[in-house]
Design a protein around this ligand. Structure first.
Ligand SMILES: Nc1ncnc2c1ncn2[C@@H]1O[C@H](COP(=O)(O)OP(=O)(O)O)[C@@H](O)[C@H]1O
Ligand SMILES: [Mg+2]
Length: 321
């Protein structure tokens, strides 16, 4: 069983975990567009590939899959998820499973406004959102919403261009300079991250790990602590099944005075996944089992409360790359 990790970047731990799980079973191969992506050097072998936007990119990846007899392929970056999903059949025809969600779900997860509409239609608690500032001002006048509000690009990531805004003047300035900004109700509560695995064969939710975020830095969870709550597990399971996600996903949730609000989904391994793995949620094993054709047993919340994660920097020294 061989696995290919695309856009490995700086996700060294994800590659290390796959290596541990695949030891004696198969190879872990990684790609990146840059030679200076440290995670590729953790793999059994690596390929430097063109950027995902280059013509013929998918053919390069398909060739690697054929040559290396890859059973499963996944990407660690958002813009590549839809591309993989769109080419799922091509991968299938050469015996490679795309570990991820459908094209439509990948697209919906990239677009926070589309996600918002889905959540409203399906009656999940979520922050009220507007793309049209005039409609938002009308809602303010009608007393439906009040400042502060949260502004972010509807197709953003890594917390780039986010701001807490207290008045109309600031909204006008931001809207004059940026396109595709969404105005969102400000959620004043505890931020939660969930790492979830949905069995690729049965479609069941088989593992959920939840943590309270303590400190965020550069769009990532820097410090967090694990916790368990049955109501939250039930909500996550219902949401994930109704939406139809598959494989590994990462969900942002807010707890506002005891009410859970779903904020966004990244249908891939999130930057905070090591916390789940080190607490006992080995999703690499769940992937391996699925690739072997085996369905995973449902084992939700099989970790301890109160496990802390604190990130720190590492360096890789490599001569002659
Ligand atoms: N409605 C909101 N109210 C308060 N804080 C928010 C809200 N939406 C997002 N945030 C904060 O901004 C961060 C980034 O927003 P998010 O929607 O997760 O986008 P992305 O992770 O794709 O950049 C979140 O982790 C959270 O800290
Ligand atoms: Mg987020």
């Amino acid at each position: 069983m061989n696995i290919l990790i695309l856009a490995a970047g700086t996700r060294n731990k994800v590659v290390q975990y796959f290596k541990k799980t695949f030891e004696g079973v198969g190879k872990v191969i990684a790609t990146d567009a840059s030679r200076l992506a440290p995670a590729i050097y953790e793999a059994d072998s690596y390929y430097i590939v063109p950027p995902i936007t280059a013509p013929g990119y998918i053919d390069v990846i398909l060739d690697i899959c054929k040559k290396e007899r890859i059973n499963g392929v996944l990407s660690l970056i958002d813009p590549e998820l839809s591309l993989l999903a769109a080419n799922e059949e091509k991968f299938k025809s050469i015996g490679t499973t795309v570990i991820g969600s459908s094209f439509d779900l990948c697209e919906m997860s990239l677009d926070k406004m589309q996600m918002y509409k889905w959540l409203v239609e399906h009656s999940y608690n979520c922050a009220r959102s507007w793309m049209n500032k005039e409609k938002f001002y009308k809602a303010v006048d009608a007393g439906e919403i009040s400042y502060p509000v949260f502004l972010k690009p509807a197709r953003g990531s890594a917390s780039i261009n986010i701001s807490k805004v207290y008045n109309m003047d600031t909204i006008d300035v931001i809207f004059n300079h940026e396109n595709g900004i969404m105005i969102q109700e400000f959620l004043n509560g505890q931020e939660i991250g969930a790492d979830v695995y949905i069995d690729m064969i049965s479609g069941e939710v088989v593992s959920i790990f939840t943590k309270k975020k303590i400190v965020m830095r550069a769009g990532e969870t820097d410090k967090a602590v694990s916790f368990k709550n049955q109501e939250l597990f039930d909500l996550i399971e219902r949401f994930v099944l109704e939406a139809g996600y598959k494989g590994q996903i990462d969900i942002d949730i807010f707890d506002v005075n005891g009410v859970y609000y779903i904020s966004e989904v990244n249908p891939r391994f999130g930057g905070g996944y090591p916390h789940a793995y080190e607490s006992g949620c080995d999703h690499m094993r769940l992937i391996l089992n699925n690739l072997k054709g085996e369905t995973n047993q449902r084992l939700i919340g099989s970790y301890d409360d109160g496990i802390y994660m604190m990130k720190y920097n590492e360096v890789m020294i490599n001569r002659g790359i």
